[in-house]
Design a protein around this ligand. Structure first.
Ligand code: MRU
Length: 364
């Protein structure tokens, strides 16, 4: 995707040296487009933990490059297993991280140490390319949902509500939930997006709004609590969100607040779709509410807000009463019964075991 005419992916190898890894610092967006250079495993782990890089598919791809960087320093089997374990521990909820690291381990484990670095870069690049193509296909498979709504109300705007950031910044390219929206907009459909601000870290207000704005997609940022009201008043035709893990029964882990949107959608008869790549499926888990680990992040993300002052400085201010405690569960699980369906690179299906088995027979 493009920022002011320059094509970007969310992770790439620096062409001038052929080995260091570049990412956009997402903690600086939308105020500054700052490109970071990662040179070792510790830098990659820090970037993932601090959410300089984030989004389920993207942290998998960046971690894969983290393995390649780690092996440059030590390509022994012990080093390989150690870096995979450490990178895997950086964030607990998105299964894409473990999927990518398992894939790296499977590819590299039986190779001679001397062949591992080149093979690691090749495998990380394959993971990144796979994610970009997968997300492009998610867009193709989600587009008919928006086209059907447009056909039902000719000349009127198709209003989509999304939560968090599941655009190209959260993947290697194109995005998951936003991919059908970009394709619909590019095809000339009149799409407008309600963007949940997504407290506490404001991925909607900062990142989704940035992406949509750069692509010229009409959008409006709303407070997280506005969605139910908008749905009651017929102002949302469809919800599309991304996900960090989908169980074999179709339960969906995603950014905190997704569950409440799904409840409001159900009550108002608004279709609630979830977009995911194959790397987000966790067929080992059945009951998402009980079994998916939910990341607890720092209370300071709730008590404090960061933004830009009128004179251009980035400032962090406290918004919670002094002395009050804060808790920060970063994800929740939406039970499959609240999900209208799943949009994948292989097509759409019910959020259910038979639905997923029909699209991914090799995974059951
Ligand atoms: O904590 P984050 O910003 O990494 O959480 C991201 C989300 O919850 C996204 O919606 C999800 O990863 C899907 S991204 C394609």
């Amino acid at each position: 995707m493009k920022i002011d005419g320059t094509p970007f992916r969310s992770v790439w190898v620096e062409p001038s040296d052929g080995w260091s890894v570049r990412i956009l610092d997402q903690t600086r967006l939308p105020w500054e487009v700052e490109i970071l250079r990662l040179v070792d495993e510790a830098g990659v782990a820090h970037a993932i933990k601090s959410m300089q890089t984030r989004g389920a598919p993207l942290i998998g791809a960046v971690a894969a490059y983290g393995v390649a960087l780690a092996l440059r320093a030590d390509a022994s089997t012990a080093a390989l297993e150690g870096c995979v374990a450490r990178l895997n521990a950086t964030r607990p909820t998105a299964i894409n991280l473990r999927w990518a690291l398992d894939r790296m381990l499977a590819k590299l484990h039986n190779l001679p140490a001397g062949d591992r670095v080149a093979a690691a870069y090749a495998e990380a690049a394959a993971i990144a390319d796979d994610d970009a193509e997968t997300c492009r296909m998610i867009g193709q498979n989600g587009l008919p949902l928006l086209a059907e709504i447009a056909a039902r109300k000719p000349g009127e705007t198709v209003n989509v509500l999304t939560h968090c950031n599941a655009g190209w910044l959260a993947t290697v390219d194109y995005g998951t939930a936003l991919s059908p929206i970009y394709q619909a907009h590019d095809a000339g459909l009149p799409v407008h997006v309600w963007v949940d601000e997504t407290r506490p870290r404001n991925q909607g207000a900062a990142l989704t709004a940035f992406e949509l704005g750069k692509h010229g997609v009409p959008h409006t940022v709303v407070a997280d609590n506005a969605g139910g009201h908008l749905m009651q008043h017929g102002q949302v035709d469809i919800c599309i969100v991304g996900t960090d893990r989908v169980t074999r029964t179709g339960d969906v882990a995603n950014k905190i607040g997704t569950y409440l949107k799904a409840l409001a959608a159900k009550d108002n008869g608004v279709p609630f779709w979830v977009a995911l790549p194959h790397s987000t499926l966790d067929m080992r888990v059945r009951d998402g509410v009980q079994e998916i680990p939910i990341e607890e992040r720092a209370p300071a993300e709730v008590t404090d807000l960061t933004g830009r002052t009128a004179d251009g400085r980035l400032e962090t201010i406290r918004v919670v009463s002094p002395g009050s405690a804060a808790a920060n569960p970063a994800f929740d699980v939406t039970p499959a019964r609240l999900v209208t369906g799943l949009i994948t690179e292989r097509g759409r299906c019910d959020a259910s075991e038979p639905g997923l088995a029909a699209l991914y027979p090799e995974k059951v």
